[in-house]
Design a protein around this ligand. Structure first.
Ligand code: GAP
Length: 470
């Protein structure tokens, strides 16, 4: 088996569309920038990633509980959190073709890190470059006729109430830019309604929305995405120890689900977001996007969030230690990852092109627990009623426990190719011997491509062993 090493974004996008993982949004209308839809395979993979994250972060922990808060929240939430005043990116527009570009990304091309610069600071840099004869150009049409840099809010606005009212400051609401806002607003409710004691965490999975200027690179950066976040509340004296504990937990989680350690690395932020006291990213080697990029953030947020929400709401958000009866504002440590970006990382990692005996195949070597379809079931021939009926019977039997797919399209070779491309670990074929002779089926393994004959009576225990051995 000869493995080729050329992953490109075009190949991943093509596989995603061809096999029903990810579709561009509003495809029949020509698409809708930076929004994507998840097809039959994509939704399964997404669900499996969510389940795996929830299992590790909530189900297996005695100190973490779950939450599902609304996307809309009181607008004051985002005033208190600093997002209304400070969650923005500098933009430059092309006067000729009207393309909108991230000013910081444009300066990056000249080796200038403008990540935390104000619009004025960026404009000074642009003037300096221009004096050196280095003019910025539109990335779309190449024109040098550009506007000055100005700040552009990433907050997505909407309005609730009368649909005919004009959007004004009075009726504006925001679609949450991060899911953790709902956790802070429910911190007191969770404290009062459950048995949690410091240190404890609240975890949530849900949609977040950002008006990203530079929304490209497929599902890496989109305007609508899902976040999986944990907010861990603790006494500030425990921060150092717990922070490194959680960094290890999150790192190991990726290894446990099949990401190779050489494809991960840590990045420590020098410039920090307004809420953060210390921030690290787990970066993944998105080779098809040019190299290591942020996959997940792990941040110390201090007492910023609870203090701000307490100040703006007028409600006490402290924690009274039952043993000492002293009150503190807990500090917060968070882990935050985009589910869609995570899905891209796992697809990227799993995507493999192999050459076997002169024939090439594409195979997604996904961890079995994440594979969208666990078992595919085929009748050897499409038009043989008894084979089809038996295969359907096996599908019904196994789909009680596993996501299965019945397939009678094309020849067996073609069916294997399709299942390889969607990462199905096992294919079961019903043939004439199954019916006439041995009451057994052929099982083919995705990775080794080896085949074995198993009695139908033993099928349940066979798969039980295979899927519980991880
Ligand atoms: N609550 C902290 C927070 O939201 P962040 O670094 O802005 O921090 C955390 O985002 C994670 O959310 C990122 O590491 C990334 O995985 C994901 N994410 C952020 N913006 C995204 C976007 N526009 N599209 C897809 N995923 C995004």
């Amino acid at each position: 088996m000869n493995e080729k090493k050329n992953k490109t974004i075009e190949k991943l996008v093509s596989l995603c569309k061809r096999r029903g993982f990810v579709f561009p949004s509003s495809d029949i209308y020509g698409g809708f920038a930076a929004v994507y839809d998840y097809g039959p395979m994509g939704v399964e993979l997404k669900n499996n990633l969510e389940k795996a994250w929830w299992k590790s972060m909530v189900q297996k922990r005695q100190d973490v509980v779950g939450l599902d808060s609304g996307i809309f929240m009181h607008p004051m939430t985002w005033k208190a959190s600093g997002h209304i005043d400070g969650f923005d990116d500098p933009q430059i527009d092309c006067k000729k073709c009207k393309a909108r570009m991230g000013a910081d990304h444009m300066l990056e091309a000249f080796g200038i890190d403008a990540d935390k610069m104000t619009a004025d600071e960026i404009n000074i840099q642009i003037e300096k470059l221009s004096k050196e004869g280095k003019d910025l150009k539109c990335i779309n049409c190449g024109s040098k006729d550009l506007t000055k840099a100005k700040m552009f809010s990433l907050m997505v606005k909407s309005n609730l109430g009368s649909p005919t009212e004009e959007l004004s400051d009075e009726n504006v609401v925001y679609l949450r830019p991060e899911t953790c806002g709902g956790i802070y607003l429910n911190y007191k409710n969770v404290l009062d309604s459950s048995r949690v004691k410091l240190p404890f965490g609240i975890a949530q999975i849900g949609k977040a929305f950002r008006n990203e200027i530079v929304a490209r690179q497929f599902i890496f950066r989109t305007r609508e995405f899902e976040q999986m976040e944990l907010q861990y509340f603790l006494d500030p004296k425990d921060m150092g120890r717990k922070f490194s504990e959680w960094k290890n937990i999150r790192w190991d989680w990726y290894l446990n689900y099949g990401i190779k350690e050489e494809n991960l690395k840590w990045y420590k932020h020098i410039k920090l977001a307004h809420y953060a006291a210390e921030a690290w990213d787990i970066e993944y080697n998105f080779e098809a996007l040019g190299g290591f990029k942020e996959l997940e953030g792990i941040h110390q947020r201090g007492d910023w969030d609870l203090s701000q929400h307490s100040k703006f709401s007028g409600k006490k958000l402290d924690y009274r230690d039952p043993a000492t009866n002293t009150a503190i504002i807990p500090n917060i440590m968070e882990t935050s990852v985009g589910l869609n970006r995570m899905l891209l990382a796992f697809l990227h990692e799993a995507y493999t092109e192999e050459e076997i005996d002169g024939e090439s195949r594409i195979v997604l070597k996904l961890d079995k627990r994440l594979a969208p379809i666990k078992v595919a079931i085929f009748p050897l021939l499409k038009n043989k009623e008894k084979l089809v009926a038996k295969a359907k019977e096996l599908h019904d039997m196994l789909s009680d426990n596993y996501m299965c797919e019945f397939d009678d399209n094309g020849n067996i070779g073609k069916r294997y190719r399709r299942q390889d491309e969607i990462g199905t670990p096992y294919c079961v074929t019903v043939d004439f011997d199954t019916i006439e002779k041995d009451d057994s089926v052929t099982i083919r393994d995705r990775d080794s491509m080896e085949q074995e004959r198993i009695k139908i009576d033993n099928l349940k225990s066979y798969f039980f062993d295979k899927f519980s051995s991880q």
